[in-house]
Every structure is written in structure tokens, then in C-alpha cells.
Design a protein around this ligand. Structure first.
Ligand code: MG
Length: 392
């Protein structure tokens, strides 16, 4: 199943300026349900547009990464995070001649399957689903675009291209990979996805490493003195303070962060370009057949980035205040799950219909997990209160 080329006379610019190893409409493995080609957009542009119009995308506005959504209006949400990922990833894609539309699609879709309350929510839901096949946000993102978004007359889900779905599914267990057919194949064969998918993976990390510093300082969970343990931060912080001794603390931090992102992104571009040149890849299939990713940092920046990640894990994600909120979030998720399993009559009608009385417990659990995973932070608290469940 392949998609059709759109003649250049229609102003189609997607296939211009692409490196031979970039994803393109021409080499796309197509959609699960074949559709006529779009008349004035590229295939990946159409995917991106479908993401933007889906409900799960709008809900990202009220879901968090580290902080609970209503703690403050200035913190990142999953929506602003996804936009930052898209910004970083597109810059790199353009510099490397990769497909910007596909890169943007994967960026905007990469967190669609996240539960409310960030990682605490995901871990709690996974715990609830243990005997029913587990819960993994990455697989859930795929489930959102393949099944849960019901918006089109002709097919279930958003019917995205293979390349967008391949990029959304970052990782996956062997058992799950077997169930996924063509899409799961690379996990069984230990092969790579497109360069665009590899890139979004790293852009995700660059975005959260840097914005979590910003949010961490703003919330006063982190201090500048602590951050100076991190070599990448300290060296840019020194340079900025040396050059602008009069600048306010806040502007010094922003200027430092901006320079850090610049260095990491610049390194990602040059290191990836070198690797691509050396590997001699000539097509997206060459990229997929490799057993190593080709998009990556130099050794020095990889070490810097790892040190930053470890610092954040130690001082921010494991911070007493974050932990306390996370525990409350986890018990909210567990209470909701137990209640809906016991009394599916409490589910809203569209979910209740999918879990009739004759459904097995496993099928019911999946419906309940889909419902809970789709909730925003505040909606989960509201449901918890509506069901008369006492807050831990
Ligand atoms: Mg992310």
C-alpha cells in the first residue's frame, strides 16, 4: 500500500529539499485504511492536522509532567511541552534535511496517551492494570490515534500513516510487539525507526531537561547554587555572569538556559550529520535496517545531558513536595480504577457501552483504563469527588 505523489504544479513543497534518507510521501508505507491523497497538503501534514483537531490533543493543556496542573499557571503542561518538542525537533529536522511535517506530527502526538498526574499517574494505572496486561503511555498514545479517537466516517481512529505511528511507538515490550504486526516488527528485530522518530525522542529529552530547570527554579524546589553542580549549567552560567554582571538573576537563568539548549541542539545537528555521512545511508530503508540510531549527540554532550537528567531525578522528581503530590495523585487513580471496576454503571455512557455486563474483567479493565488515561488532572479530582471518594 503506497501513497500517491502529488504533482509539483500543485505547489507541493514537501518533497523539495529533503535528504535521501528522510521520510517522504513517495516512500511512505501508507495508511491502514487506504485513502485518496490529499489535494493540497502532504500526507504528513494531513497527519499533523488530524492530531491538532483531536480531543486528546486539547486535553494535553490540562495534563502535567511534574507539577499538578492547577499548582500554577506558569508551569509547563503537556501541551506546551509538546509544542516545545516540536520547535526543537523541527529546527534540527530542517538543518539535517529531514521531513519537518513528519517530525512535527510525531512531536505533537508523542504524549497523547499520558495519564493525568504525569509519571505518578502512569505508574499507578500500570499497577492497577497489572493482571490485565498492564498500562504503558507509549502504547496508549498509539491506541489513541488508532482506536480511541472516533471522528471520521470511513475508519476508526485517525488513520495516520505508518511513519507517524512508527514514530509514536517509541518503545514496546517483546510480548506487545508480537501483537502489533508490522509496527512491532522492529522491536523483535532490534532495528531502528525513521530518523524523524529518532530525532523527536531526543528533542523530547532536550525540552524537558531544560524546562524542568526553569519550572524547578520558579517553584523554588531547585536553587541556582544546586544547579551549579551540573557542568553544562555551570559553564554557561559562568559565561553569562562574566559577560553581563549587572543582569538580574532571572534573566541570567533564562540566558543560561537558552545557551545550554543552543549548545546541545547544535551538537545534535553536527554529530548526527557526521554519523549519517559516515554510515553512508541512502534511503529510509537503510536507516531502518541499522541496529544503531544515527541521530545522537557527541560523547561529551551525551555525558552532560545524562548528568543533567540524573540531577533532576535526584533533586526535582524525587523532591519531598513533588513526592507528596504524586502519592495523592496515585491514590486518586487507584480509587477511580477500583470504583469503576466494582461499579461500571458509574462510567459515562460511551464507556459503559463498551464494557457491558457480559464483558470479561480484562475487557472491562481496559475500558476503565482508557477512560482514566484520558482524564485531565482536574477532571480526575472532580470525578474522585463526584464518586464521594475521600482524598488521602
Ligand atoms: Mg514528552
Amino acid at each position: 500500500m503506497s501513497t500517491t505523489d502529488v504533482p509539483p504544479s500543485q505547489g507541493y513543497i514537501n518533497s523539495r529539499g529533503l535528504a535521501p534518507y528522510a521520510a517522504s510521501d513517495r516512500t511512505s508505507r501508507g495508511r491502514r485504511y487506504p485513502e485518496p491523497p490529499p489535494s493540497y497538503r502532504g500526507e504528513f501534514q494531513r497527519d499533523r492536522d488530524r492530531i491538532i483537531h483531536c480531543a486528546a490533543f486539547r486535553r494535553l493543556e490540562y495534563k502535567t509532567q511534574v507539577f499538578v496542573n492547577h499548582e500554577g499557571d506558569l508551569f509547563r503542561t503537556r501541551l506546551t511541552h509538546s509544542i516545545e518538542v516540536a520547535q526543537i525537533a523541527r529546527s534540527v529536522a530542517r538543518a539535517l534535511g529531514l521531513n519537518e511535517d513528519l517530525t512535527e506530527t510525531i512531536s505533537l502526538a508523542h504524549d497523547l496517551g499520558h495519564t493525568p498526574f504525569g509519571h505518578a499517574g502512569q505508574d499507578a494505572l500500570n499497577g492497577c492494570m497489572k493482571e490485565f496486561g498492564g498500562f504503558e503511555h507509549n502504547l496508549q498514545s498509539l491506541r489513541v490515534v488508532d482506536v480511541l479517537e472516533e471522528r471520521y466516517a470511513e475508519f476508526p481512529g485517525l488513520n495516520l500513516t505508518f511513519e507517524s505511528r512508527e514514530g509514536i511507538l517509541k518503545h514496546c515490550s517483546v510480548a506487545k510487539a508480537r501483537e502489533l504486526g508490522e509496527l512491532g516488527q522492529r522491536f523483535l528485530e532490534r532495528r531502528q525507526p525513521s530518523l524523524e522518530a529518532q530525532l523527536v525522542n531526543l528533542a523530547d529529552e532536550i525540552a524537558y531537561n531544560h524546562h524542568d530547570i526553569d519550572d524547578g527554579l520558579r517553584s523554588q524546589l531547585l536553587t541556582v547554587e544546586q544547579l551549579r553542580e551540573v557542568a553544562l549549567f555551570a559553564r554557561h552560567h559562568d559565561r553569562v555572569r562574566g559577560r553581563y554582571p549587572e543582569l538580574t538573576v532571572r534573566r541570567v537563568v533564562y540566558e543560561t538556559l537558552r545557551r545550554m539548549i543552543n549548545e546541545v541542539v547544535g551538537d545534535l545537528i553536527t554529530s548526527s550529520q557526521n554519523r549519517l555521512d559516515q554510515a553512508g545511508v541512502r534511503s529510509i530503508d537503510d536507516v531502518r535496517n541499522d541496529d544503531q540510531p544515527l541521530v545522537g549527540y557527541s560523547d561529551d554532550i551525551r555525558a552532560d545531558s545524562l548528568a543533567l537528567k540524573q540531577f533532576l531525578r535526584r533533586h526535582l522528581y524525587a523532591h519531598e513536595r513533588v513526592r507528596r503530590v504524586s502519592e495523592q495523585a496515585a491514590s486518586t487513580i487507584t480509587d477511580l480504577f477500583d470504583t469503576f471496576m466494582r461499579d461500571p454503571g458509574q462510567l459515562p455512557p460511551q464507556f459503559r457501552d463498551k464494557a457491558p455486563d457480559r464483558a470479561t474483567r480484562t475487557d472491562r479493565a481496559r475500558v476503565v483504563a482508557d477512560y482514566i488515561a484520558g482524564m485531565t488532572d482536574r477532571y480526575a479530582y472532580r470525578e474522585h469527588a463526584r464518586l464521594g471518594l475521600a482524598q488521602a
